[in-house]
Write a protein that binds this ligand. Structure first.
Ligand SMILES: *Cc1c(COP(=O)(O)O)cnc(C)c1O
Length: 360
């Protein structure tokens, strides 16, 4: 079997050990004689998986008792709508920072629900950085404040999170959740589609501060109400059993690696290897992001011409380095180097790029 190095932005690479465990479980899940895809979401074996996933999330990330964990379907996009429906009271105002495609989606969805103010944007600079702390003028009376921690398409990332005082900070962490340590107590809501850094598509992880559950309007349908959905421990209806199962395996893998401390260290090394190459030859590798905003998950750059980019992507693919084509809206090259991409894989890509550069 020839496994390739997968630099796709999502769904993305998963640890081989996780895939192999899941492969076995497709046929026989923990000796039950039933496959995981055939297992009832009310079976005690699945309940144990769900509880273990929550326990692992709490211990790995340090989620305090003040916050609940929920597993939704519908992706991060569904949360773009659920967040204002649940925690933006009528007559209230939400404040958003615009750092690219996904925050724009979040803003557009929230505007259909209530009043939204965009308090900072780097659109004029083609989203080549995230706003500085002093550029984000939060008010003290907003219902909540929203940011996107890692901008998957543009390759930017908040290195530090803004201080929004008593206004709950809501964060889309879809593409860097569990890639670094985060002080969860500072957030009102954190949400993330699993398919970038934590598992398969189909499940969205939501961490929500308990007091915010009381904001859910009573007339919201149960599937859309944070309060009602959390009260049913994410099994109001049939949850995405397989996706949650795999997320739990990935969380176990993170523990085996040594938790977020070890994960973060490797992620730093991986990012340093690629940005080091970019900085060593800026005429050829043209980083698209201001250094202070560089993402450690999605590394974006251009080559001197689109023809070179095309050829480079094709040659990399031939060499088993797949998924480095930039998003269709920005072009160029993007290497997504989530937790499950090994340092070895990144070193292979760096070596390939160096050789490509030499040949041109
Ligand atoms: C991929 C992505 C999304 C969209 O996620 P879906 O689960 O497809 O809805 C939203 N936000 C960020 C930051 C992403 O990377």
């Amino acid at each position: 079997m020839a496994r390739k190095y997968n630099f796709n932005p999502g769904p993305a690479v998963l640890p081989l050990s996780v895939l192999e465990t899941a492969q076995t479980a497709l046929v026989d899940f923990e000796g039950t004689g039933l496959g995981i895809l055939e297992t009832s979401h009310r079976a005690k074996e699945f309940t144990a998986v769900l509880e273990q996933a929550k326990t692992r999330m709490r211990s790995i990330l340090g989620i305090p008792d003040s916050h609940e964990i929920a597993f939704f379907q519908g992706g991060a996009n569904f949360q773009f709508t659920l967040i204002p429906m649940n925690i933006l009271p009528s007559g209230g105002r939400a404040e958003y920072v615009d750092t690219g495609t996904w925050s724009t989606r979040a803003i557009d969805a929230a505007r259909l629900v209530g009043e939204v103010a965009v308090i900072a944007s780097t659109k004029e600079e083609k989203y080549s950085r995230v706003p500085r702390t002093d550029e984000m003028k939060w008010s003290h009376d907003a219902a909540f404040a929203h940011i996107t921690s890692n901008n998957t398409i543009y390759g930017t990332q908040f290195q530090a999170f803004p201080d929004t005082g008593t206004v709950p900070l809501v964060c889309d962490m879809s593409s860097d959740f569990f890639s670094r340590k985060v002080d969860v107590s500072r957030f009102g809501v954190i949400y993330a589609g699993a398919q970038k850094n934590l598992g398969p598509a189909g499940v969205t992880l939501v961490i929500i501060r308990k007091d915010l559950l009381d904001r859910s309007p009573e007339n919201l349908p149960p599937m859309m109400s944070y309060k009602k959905f959390v009260a049913k421990n994410s099994v109001y209806n049939t949850p995405p059993v397989f996706s949650i199962y795999v997320v739990n395996l990935v969380l176990g893998w993170i523990e085996q690696q040594g938790g977020l401390e070890a994960i973060e260290k490797t992620n730093d090394q991986k990012a340093a290897a690629l940005y080091g190459l970019i900085d060593s030859d800026p005429d050829f590798f043209r980083g698209t992001v201001k250094p202070e905003s560089r993402s450690k998950m999605n590394v974006t750059f251009r080559l001197p011409s689109e023809d070179l980019e095309k050829e480079c992507i094709a040659k990399a693919t031939e060499d088993g380095l797949v998924g480095i084509k930039g998003h269709r809206s920005v072009g160029g090259i993007r290497a997504s180097i989530y937790n499950s991409m090994s340092l070895e894989g990144v070193e292979k890509l760096v070596e390939f790029l160096k050789n490509y550069r030499k040949a041109h």
